[in-house]
Design a protein around this ligand. Sequence first.
Ligand SMILES: Nc1ncnc2c1ncn2[C@@H]1O[C@H](COP(=O)(O)OP(=O)(O)O)[C@@H](O)[C@H]1O
Ligand SMILES: [Mg+2]
Length: 373
Amino acid sequence: MRTISIANQKGGCGKTTTAINLSACLAYRGKRVLLIDMDPQGHVSLGLNIDIHDRENTVLSILELSNDSRLSLADISENVSENFDVAPADISLSTLDQHLSMVEGRESRLKHAISQVHSLYDIVIIDCPPSLGLLTFNALIAASEVFVPIEMSLFSLHGISRLMEIIESIKKKTGHEINTKVFGTIVDKRTRISREVLENMKNHFSDSMFETVIRSNVTLKEAAGYGKPIIDYSKKASGFQDYMMLTEEVLTEKRMEQTLSVEDNKSMFLNSDFERRFSYFGPDAKSVRVGGNFNDWNPTDEFLMKRDEYGMWTKNVLLKPGIYQYKFIVDGEWVEDQNNSNYINNAYGGTNSVLEIGKKDILNGKEESWQGA
Ligand SMILES: Nc1ncnc2c1ncn2[C@@H]1O[C@H](COP(=O)(O)OP(=O)(O)O)[C@@H](O)[C@H]1O
Ligand SMILES: [Mg+2]
């Protein structure tokens, strides 16, 4: 089971929107998902139209009770759609600090509660509050992964280092690995601030950053207003496409990690061919190819992408380290990769997506250390 906390102490950066829509897309892809609201504002329930008035049991009931209590997360959860359960919270959750002020192990309450339901779910998503108190601590200690949404504003990167420090200290103290990844949200690539923030993020976080960016899309806001994930509101919206792309990355990442740990990654580098997976989400497309300067912009049948049952088109291509430009050819029309924020203007007044293979590994001197190992 994977446990993913969506954290950033800044409010309004898309945590709840991501928690809801990533959960819904993962459930759509067949994963059994539990979404836990750790924010006393109860926005998860609002965004999914779950009535929390006069509810006897909420997330607080689980956390305030002693570890051997019989009440489990499954007992307090509500099923919102196939494979998708929610453990709701309300304002009472803000009293947890007082309830547990002198209790030992109070930071591990959530971890323990999740371990009790591990056989019921494939993935647990935790929506964190906009603060770095006991609630966020519980969420971080429970997590195997932390995803940090960063929105495109002047100070959006401020404070991230504090969050990273806390994650590092938890790793040291508990000895458990927490894989941390950032991604851009509410992105408008036409604006300079979006481009600058994304550039800064790439420099700071390099491969700890998702390639997918979530574009600014009012339909996401609208869907939340109607109490629905975007997938149940509009499959035409860019917000749906973006969260499906993020989901694909979240699911593939794990697969790649597994194959990498089995194979010898040393030989992979020395052969210096990198397998690069191209993804395009287009449920309505009839045919999709990938073309770029690696195939002389002439995508033969070899570069046809393969569609899965959900409408995700993928193709793995072997590439030597270098910088590449590419586009997708969707039903004969050349389109850029909307989820890649790296692009340059081409000679035809349009843009090409840009991709860099292998550079980081060379710069980090990984090759040397691998040979020395
Ligand atoms: N990609 C997006 N495009 C447009 N609006 C968004 C997007 N993501 C989030 N929002 C809106 O921004 C506001 C804050 O988002 P939210 O997910 O609640 O942030 P947080 O949980 O970090 O406080 C909400 O009104 C939400 O609908
Ligand atoms: Mg929120």
